[in-house]
Ligand binder design. Structure first.
Ligand SMILES: Cc1ncc(C[n+]2csc(CCOP(=O)(O)OP(=O)(O)O)c2C)c(N)n1
Length: 390
């Protein structure tokens, strides 16, 4: 009876680390520079860093490889160990700088990597995280990066951090703290950068998908854009065969769309991109333009944020995406921020040929009950390939 009661003891609290504790512990070791790409597992920590590090000490990078570059630059200028934070999916983007910039065989530069472990074996997660979760620590081993899984108990975590710093100071090598789900306790971002745009991303997605021709195809980017598109098709009683939902591979949807567009000149291919994803591998726009696919419409739903992982800011609303597109060779470019203008522009786009960029400025946020695709990536691929054969 007593045992039974203990299991249900109402004051039992999950053990977690306060973001402040982590941040202050690093600061006590002289670590105060952060660069990275946000992750939902690190949302509370990222929020704390955003509120407490100034603009020169927390750079949300275009991609994780870029964050490594920023960190290396900071070290060269100050001699102080920097932090790069990321979701484990960003490991792919840091392999090259790890091997050819920071490694002891090259410049031997210490960086503390803070890596959110999505898809950890045994913990249920979305399909795009399964493989990455399995290879997260194996990749670190292969790259010769010493690491530890951060304890959720503050005193133990403090000991791990101390050891990590001593190791980095002694060897000048990188070290990784691998972060499991529910490691950081809640922290609510104070410095919320709001945009006062009227149109929601979901409505914008529905509006564009609603005017497509029957044989058109959409390649949508990772995160909520694909989830909202999937739910729209379900709500309309339509199949999902016209949409390639790029669940992972952030920043590469525009190239997948290009690969399809060049082979299927008789169909219009729409890329549904996010500002964070587009900026992550922005060079892709130059390659799209170099091929001048007449049947390609690149739509960027620009909310100035990494909305899908916590709403951390991107530079999306501070830059002129249509102008960038024109500069690299997109002949038609538009920017709209209301449903009426969006519908007008879609009419125009559909009445003409030629590579097009359409920026739709949208507000942040999503429906709270937004679901996830119920079909698997392989089912998605097979349905799309069959549809493209028709
Ligand atoms: C290489 C890589 N880094 C980080 C992530 C985690 N991630 C998933 S969605 C997302 C934000 C996408 O932002 P954006 O493209 O602007 O679309 P939004 O969520 O704002 O609609 C991030 C950072 C990832 N999937 N892959």
């Amino acid at each position: 009876m007593h045992e039974h009661k203990r299991n249900y003891y109402p004051y039992t609290r999950t053990i977690m680390i306060q973001p402040k504790f982590f941040y202050d512990t690093l600061a006590s070791h002289g670590i105060s520079f952060y660069a990275g790409v946000p992750d939902s597992l690190l949302k509370n920590l990222c929020a704390y860093i955003t509120d407490h590090a100034d603009e020169r000490h927390n750079i949300i990078a275009a991609n994780e490889g870029g964050a490594m570059g920023l960190a290396a630059g900071h070290y060269l200028a100050t001699g102080q160990i920097p932090v790069v934070y990321m979701q484990n999916s960003g490991e792919g983007n840091i392999i090259n700088p790890l091997a050819s910039l920071t490694d002891k065989d090259v410049y031997n530069i210490p960086v503390l990597l803070v890596i959110g472990w999505r898809g950890k074996p045994g913990v249920h997660d979305e399909p795009q995280h399964v493989k990455q979760g399995k290879v997260t620590t194996g990749l670190l081993n292969t790259m010769g990066i010493d690491f530890t899984v951060l304890s959720k108990e503050e005193d133990k975590a403090a000991g791990q951090i101390k050891k990590a710093v001593e190791y980095m100071e002694r060897t000048k090598e990188c070290y990784a703290l691998v972060i499991e789900k529910d490691t950081f306790d809640a922290y609510t971002l104070q410095n919320v950068v709001k945009n006062d745009l009227a149109l929601s991303r979901e409505e914008a997605i529905q509006t564009v998908a609603g005017v497509m021709d029957e044989k058109d195809v959409i390649v949508s980017t990772t995160g909520m854009i694909s989830r909202e598109l999937f739910e729209y098709r379900t709500a309309q009683d339509q199949g999902h065969e016209r949409d390639f939902l790029t669940v992972g591979s952030m920043g590469h949807a525009s190239q997948i769309a290009l690969g399809i567009a060049m082979e299927k000149a008789d169909r219009r291919i729409w890329c549904f991109d996010g500002d964070g994803a587009c900026i992550m591998h922005m060079g892709g726009m130059a390659i799209v333009a170099s091929k001048q696919p007449k049947n390609y419409v690149h739509v960027i739903f620009n909310n100035g944020a990494h909305d899908s992982v916590g709403g951390q800011p991107t530079v999306g609303l501070n830059i002129d995406l249509p102008r960038i597109a024109r500069a690299v060779g997109y002949p038609h470019t538009y920017s709209v921020a209301s449903k009426e203008d969006l519908l007008d522009v879609l009419d125009e786009i559909k009445s003409q040929e030629g590579l097009t960029l359409l920026e739709v400025k949208v507000r942040k946020g999503n429906r709270k009950d937004l679901g996830r695709p119920t079909t698997t990536p392989i089912q998605n691929k097979e349905a799309l390939m069959a549809f493209l054969k028709d």
